[in-house]
Design a protein around this ligand. Structure first.
Ligand code: SF4
Ligand code: SF4
Length: 316
C-alpha cells in the first residue's frame, strides 16, 4: 500500500468522515476530520489526527496476535513484548510510506488514520448527505487543524459556497492572518478554541503560544464578515480553569467585539486512542468534568458580559 505524497490534483489527508453529526455546529452535519495540527494538546480528543501524515493505530481489542504484521514490517518495528503482545517501536515508523503492517493485518488490528480524498469526492459525500441535513445543517471541517491543508481547503470552501453548502470550521486560528481571513470569508460558522490566555502556559501544554490565535480573533471581531463566531474553551482542570483565566478570556472576547463562549468540560474519551497511537495519556489520574462543575465558570463569563453555553447545551 503506497500513500501518494505528491498528488497531481489537490487532495486532502482526512482521518475520518462522520455523517449525522449533531455536536459540530448547527443542525445535523457531515464532519470531515483533517490530518495535521500546529498544536499538540495533551488532552486532544483526536490524537490520531495530530500528525501531517497517516499514523497506524494498533487496536488491542481487534488484534488476534497472529504475528503477520511482525513478519510484514520491512523495518522490524514490531516485536512481541514480554507479555506476548505486539509492541511498536514508533521511532522506526517515521518515514514509512508503505504500511505493510496495515495491509497484511486481516483483522483490522492495525488501521491507518489518514486517507487522501479529492475535492470532488468530498463534494459527492456532501451531496449524498444533503438530504438529511435539513435547512440548518451542512458540512463541518474539523481535525486536527483543517486550514493547515491550504491548497485543498480554499478551493473546497469555494466549491461549497458555489453550490450553497453551509460550512462550519473548528479551528485553532493559529495560521498566517491573510490566509485565515481569506478562509473566514468563505465560512458560515467559525468555532475557535482559546485554550489559555497565558502564552507561556499555552506553550507548555500545546507546544505553541497563543499569539496568532489572539491576533486573528481581533481581526475577525473587527471585520464585517457575515459569519457566526463562537469561542470555545476546553476547560482543563488545574490548567486553564481558574477564575482569573476564564475572566481574562471573556474580557478578551468582549474586547474583540465577539459575543459567545461555549465551555467544554474536560473528558477522558480519547484515552484509548492515545494508547492506540503509541503515546502515553497525560490525564490518567484526572477525572472528567460534568456540566454541573462548569456552573461557576459560566457565571464568571456571564458576569463579564458575554453569552455563555456549556457542553452541548447550545442553540447551535
Ligand atoms: S496482523 Fe493484525 S491481528 Fe495479526 S498480530 Fe498484527 S495487528 Fe494483530
Ligand atoms: S508503519 Fe511501516 S515501519 Fe511502522 S510498523 Fe507499519 S510497516 Fe512497519
Amino acid at each position: 500500500m503506497t500513500i501518494p505524497t505528491e498528488p497531481s490534483t489537490p487532495t486532502g489527508l482526512i482521518f475520518d468522515i462522520q455523517a449525522h453529526s449533531v455536536h459540530d455546529g448547527p443542525g445535523t452535519r457531515t464532519t470531515v476530520f483533517m490530518n495535521g495540527c500546529p498544536f499538540n494538546c495533551e488532552w486532544c480528543c483526536n490524537p490520531e489526527g495530530l500528525s501531517r501524515k497517516p499514523v497506524v493505530m494498533h487496536r488491542d481489542g481487534r488484534c488476534q496476535h497472529c504475528g503477520k504484521c511482525i513478519e510484514a514490517c520491512p523495518k522490524g518495528a514490531i516485536s512481541l513484548g514480554a507479555d506476548g503482545v505486539e509492541t511498536f517501536d514508533r521511532s522506526l515508523c517515521t518515514d514509512c510510506t508503505t504500511y505493510e503492517c496495515v495491509e497484511f493485518c486481516y483483522h483490522e488490528g492495525n488501521v491507518l488514520s489518514g486517507k487522501r480524498y479529492t475535492i470532488d469526492q468530498i463534494i459527492a459525500i456532501c451531496q449524498r448527505d444533503r438530504a438529511y441535513w435539513g435547512s440548518g445543517g451542512g458540512v463541518t471541517f474539523s481535525g486536527g487543524e483543517p486550514l493547515l491543508q491550504r491548497n485543498f481547503m480554499l478551493p473546497l470552501l469555494k466549491r461549497c459556497r458555489e453550490i450553497r453548502i453551509n460550512t462550519c470550521i473548528e479551528t485553532t486560528a493559529s495560521l498566517p492572518s491573510d490566509y485565515f481571513m481569506e478562509a473566514a470569508a468563505l465560512l458560515n460558522w467559525i468555532f475557535v478554541d482559546i485554550k489559555n490566555m497565558d502564552p507561556v502556559a499555552h506553550k507548555a501544554k500545546t507546544g505553541a503560544d497563543n499569539a496568532l490565535t489572539l491576533k486573528n480573533l481581533r481581526l475577525l471581531g473587527a471585520s464585517d464578515l457575515d459569519c457566526f463566531v463562537v469561542i470555545r474553551i476546553p476547560v482543563i482542570p488545574g490548567w486553564n480553569d481558574s477564575e482569573a483565566n476564564i475572566r481574562a478570556t471573556a474580557r478578551f472576547v468582549k474586547e474583540c467585539g465577539l459575543e459567545v463562549i461555549n465551555l467544554l468540560p474536560f473528558h477522558r474519551l480519547s484515552e484509548s486512542k492515545w494508547r492506540q497511537v503509541g503515546e502515553d495519556y497525560a490525564f490518567k489520574d484526572i477525572p472528567g468534568m460534568t456540566l454541573e462543575d462548569l456552573k461557576p465558570h459560566a457565571q464568571w463569563v456571564r458576569e463579564e458580559g458575554i453569552t455563555c453555553y456549556t457542553g452541548w447545551e447550545t442553540p447551535f
